[in-house]
Design a protein around this ligand. Structure first.
Ligand SMILES: [Zn+2]
Length: 274
């Protein structure tokens, strides 16, 4: 599942490519990815829209249009936004669910193999369910160590699922939660309120560092993630624990352990993370 760095990469790339362009047409091949609007209304409202900004909010890509409306794309597990040829017309790619025609005669394809993602067109971002209770963005300046200290004190949940809670911090998923805790030397099952001052400081610093590093390296490709050119991310080579069960910890050579927390695999070193 694309997390903050992958979605940030998609948004930054797209902004370079489509800013100032106008959507001249929309082809919809599967209405199940549209939320709230019929095929006809979606097509009619999107046609003629000029893109003024593209950015990430949580794990969603937001396109701002000149008339003050927005298109939100949640790529989720298997969604991709691919800029280039019309993939349905040129390659008959069945995963291509929606194609936006752009005024430079290039296309923006929304591919989704398993239909986990969605597209919403709205004139008010606050009405979108996903944004309603969204947490602080960990690569934004609003993510402060004082805030984190206060919030962790209030919570008894184990730290790993808390890091992944989108109403707490927006954008961290399973891969980066394991990586952040490994680098912070914090045990994933540790209750949030029991973290020491030093641990909270480390966690704060490492969280931002890992995410920024991953953005610089264009994200991690485990299975499905691709950027807007269809290419994989380069953070894979920096992964220390995720998916490495039974293999040696890079620091102490203890085999990396896997446990399940709230239904998701957590990878960690029981010697380095206490
Ligand atoms: Zn270790």
């Amino acid at each position: 599942m694309p997390e903050l760095p992958e979605v940030e990469t998609i948004a930054r790339d797209l902004e370079q490519k489509i800013i100032g362009l106008t959507i001249t047409g929309v082809d919809i091949y599967d209405t199940r990815v549209l939320f709230g609007l019929s095929k006809e209304k979606f097509t009619r409202r999107l046609r003629g829209q000029t893109v003024t900004r593209v950015y990430r909010r949580g794990k969603a890509v937001v396109l701002d249009f000149a008339d003050g409306t927005y298109l939100i794309v949640q790529v989720k597990m298997t969604g991709h936004l691919i800029y280039g040829r019309h993939l349905r017309q040129t390659k008959n790619l069945k995963d291509t669910k929606v194609v936006f025609h752009l005024s430079n005669n290039v296309y923006l394809n929304y591919n989704d193999q398993r239909l986990f993602g969605w597209l919403i067109y709205t004139d008010n971002l606050d009405t979108v369910g996903y944004f309603k209770n969204i947490g602080i963005d960990p690569v934004n300046d609003t993510f402060k160590v004082e805030w984190l200290t206060d919030e962790l004190k209030k919570r008894t949940a184990p730290i790993k699922p808390l890091l992944m809670n989108q109403n707490f911090l927006a954008g961290i998923g399973n891969i980066y939660a394991s990586e952040i805790l490994y680098r912070s030397k914090i045990h994933p099952q540790k209750s949030s309120k029991t973290l020491s001052i030093d641990e909270v400081r480390r966690l704060h610093k490492v969280t931002t560092k890992v995410l920024k590093e991953a953005i610089a390296l264009r994200g991690t490709s485990m299975r499905n993630y691709r950027d807007s050119d269809g290419k994989k991310g380069n953070y894979m080579n920096r992964i220390k624990v995720y998916g490495r069960e039974g293999r040696e910890c890079f620091i102490c050579r203890t085999p990396v352990k896997r446990i399940v927390q709230t239904g998701r695999s957590t990878f960690f070193c029981e010697k380095c993370q206490t």
